[in-house]
Design a protein around this ligand. Structure first.
Ligand SMILES: Nc1ncnc2c1ncn2[C@@H]1O[C@H](COP(=O)(O)OP(=O)(O)OP(=O)(O)O)[C@@H](O)[C@H]1O
Length: 270
């Protein structure tokens, strides 16, 4: 494996440290601190244009920050490419899927495994196991281009899990899905996270799902972190309710009240 510079910070986890990104004068991110821990799901929410995808791009090496840096277990990743970061165990999905359209589903996963240094037999075995776990095993021989949208999302997550990443960054994996489909997908992610033990950053617009599923939630607004904490703390945070949740806050209140009266979780009430 490539060696990289060591900083004095020995904090564990995948960390954005004082990250700033600007595009021709527009501050997409400013002084952003965020730490992902293995085995935990961190939700990232915020209005359109808040900087969520830019932060995922920074954490996965697709965007070099103009200020600050990304650290893995306290070590600076400043000089590493996205490919190198993937080999270090930081995997991501994209809003647009980005599967190889003319390869089969199975080949898409195998290509990822081989790119990570697995031999063909290892890659084949892991690909089949992950597709089965994502409940899309029957799709293995299909061309990626022919997949329906919701299946493409599941295959993209399975591909990102090849090689057992330490951290998984999911950029709106449930976008465009119905609430029950989104809930089913996110519950599956929770199950896989517990089994693989990776840390997850989940961008998700459905606040009810985020509050029901995540261990911690970070709220971005205009490129800055305006709140960070347990789902209950975020739900009660007046600034978040005013800046972002709006009418959704009342719906979440209702969910929480009804889930307190029944054994179903708030996330399941989407
Ligand atoms: N490559 C780029 N060039 C110029 N501006 C950009 C670029 N990428 C992002 N931006 C701008 O940076 C800001 C943050 O964008 P970003 O996509 O990170 O927000 P987001 O929170 O993910 O939004 P959404 O929820 O709509 O996906 C936006 O104003 C966006 O227009």
């Amino acid at each position: 494996m490539t060696s990289f510079a060591t900083s004095s910070d020995s904090a564990s986890g995948l960390q954005a440290h004082a990250v700033g990104v600007h595009f021709q004068g527009l501050k997409a991110l400013s002084g952003v601190d965020l730490t992902l821990q293995r085995g935990r799901i961190t939700g990232l929410i915020g209005p359109n244009g808040a900087g969520k995808t830019t932060l995922v791009n920074v954490l996965s090496g697709f965007q070099v920050p103009h200020e600050g840096e990304v650290r893995l277990d306290g070590q600076s990743l400043r000089s590493l490419s996205a490919d190198a970061l993937r080999r270090w165990g930081v995997a991501r999905t994209f809003q647009g899927g980005r599967l190889f359209a003319n390869l089969t589903v199975q080949e898409n996963l195998e290509a990822a495994g081989v790119g990570l240094g697995q031999n063909r037999a290892q890659a084949r075995r892991e690909a089949q196991a992950l597709l089965d776990e994502m409940q899309v095993g029957a799709l293995a021989p299909l061309r990626a281009a022919d997949l329906p949208y919701t299946d493409e999302r599941r295959v993209s997550i399975a591909r990102a899990l090849m090689g057992r990443p330490r951290y998984l960054l999911l950029d709106e994996p449930a976008a465009g899905m119905s609430d029950p489909e989104a809930h089913e997908l996110d519950a599956l992610v929770r199950h896989l996270v517990e089994r693989v033990g990776c840390g997850v950053l989940l961008i998700e617009h459905n606040i009810r799902l985020v509050l029901g599923l995540c261990d911690e939630v970070v709220v971005l607004d205009s490129g800055c972190v305006i709140a960070q904490g347990l789902p209950d703390e975020i739900h009660r945070n007046e600034r978040v309710r005013e800046a972002y949740m709006g009418s959704m806050a009342a719906a979440v209140d209702e969910d929480r009240a009804s889930s307190a009266a029944s054994p179903r979780s708030a996330g399941a009430a989407a």
